[in-house]
Design a protein around this ligand. Sequence first.
Ligand SMILES: C[C@@](CO)(OP(=O)(O)O)[C@H](O)COP(=O)(O)OP(=O)(O)OC[C@H]1O[C@@H](n2ccc(N)nc2=O)[C@H](O)[C@@H]1O
Ligand SMILES: Nc1ncnc2c1ncn2[C@@H]1O[C@H](COP(=O)(O)OP(=O)(O)O)[C@@H](O)[C@H]1O
Length: 273
Amino acid sequence: MLVFPNAKLNLGLYVTGVRPDGFRNLESVFVPLPWCDALEVLPAADHAESTLTLTGIPIPGDPTTNLCYRAYELLRADFNLPPVRQHLHKVVPIGAGLGGGSADAAFALRALSELFELKLTSETLIGYARRLGSDCAFFVANKPVFAYEKGDVFEDISLDLTGTACKVVYPGLHISTAEAYARVQPQPPRHDLRSALSQPLETWRETVSNDFEDALTPTYPVLREIKQQLYAAGAAYASLSGSGSAVYGLFPGLELPPNLALPAEYLVWDGRL
Ligand SMILES: C[C@@](CO)(OP(=O)(O)O)[C@H](O)COP(=O)(O)OP(=O)(O)OC[C@H]1O[C@@H](n2ccc(N)nc2=O)[C@H](O)[C@@H]1O
Ligand SMILES: Nc1ncnc2c1ncn2[C@@H]1O[C@H](COP(=O)(O)OP(=O)(O)O)[C@@H](O)[C@H]1O
């Protein structure tokens, strides 16, 4: 079975408090971004070892620590699954705030459920996904939502950005999520993101913000520079996604986003949501 785990963007993000488990409560709106990895999951021979092979962008750590492998291990423990062969071709940058690893985990859970006819409901899959990471649960339903608590509890929103031209720029900084959270002082949300995002996109610049951006920009001024370039090129809204370091711009009314003069080593995704 071949699946294409997509990334996500955060439209606004407030870190609102520290939880008893040490994690932060947040409020954000998550939307799918069609920048995708490719993951193949196949049954292996009966007595073979389960394997995960990797191509594309290198992922640090032993393959057994990879979220695709950990997703398999979770289900194997509960459903006595036979061995599998997984292959991941990594395209979405790592540590970018695009949720690429979380998507791989959620898509692996969904693929395994289908391959072995486990008939897991979305609710059950979300339960497994939460055990692999706060962001993973979003990728089970994979549609725009207002997310709160650890970013793993959702409320439906009516937000349709389908077809909006978008550019995502990854400057090659791997910012660890834990390090980014440690730099943010939690505070109450400044706006209700649900109502702010229901207003015309041109108004978001004044109302929709990401707490990680203010916390990280003094150390990584390149984030501000990319955002300024996106606005100068005509973006109606630009922001850091999640804990960075990817910065995106939305260009409604355009067929495709304009080209930017960027260093050759930056990774750029251009397309429509
Ligand atoms: C910031 C966000 C916003 O969407 O995305 P990314 O920028 O990583 O894509 C998420 O909250 C990232 O979720 P995820 O990447 O799954 O994080 P996890 O693996 O669960 O946790 C990594 C570390 O981040 C911190 N963490 C994460 C989530 C949360 N609600 N509070 C936290 O304090 C903890 O220090 C934890 O050890
Ligand atoms: N399949 C995977 N793809 C990406 N990163 C993975 C994967 N499995 C485990 N990881 C680990 O997860 C961390 C980053 O995950 P990722 O979702 O790409 O970033 P972010 O949380 O910024 O969106 C890295 O430290 C990486 O080593």
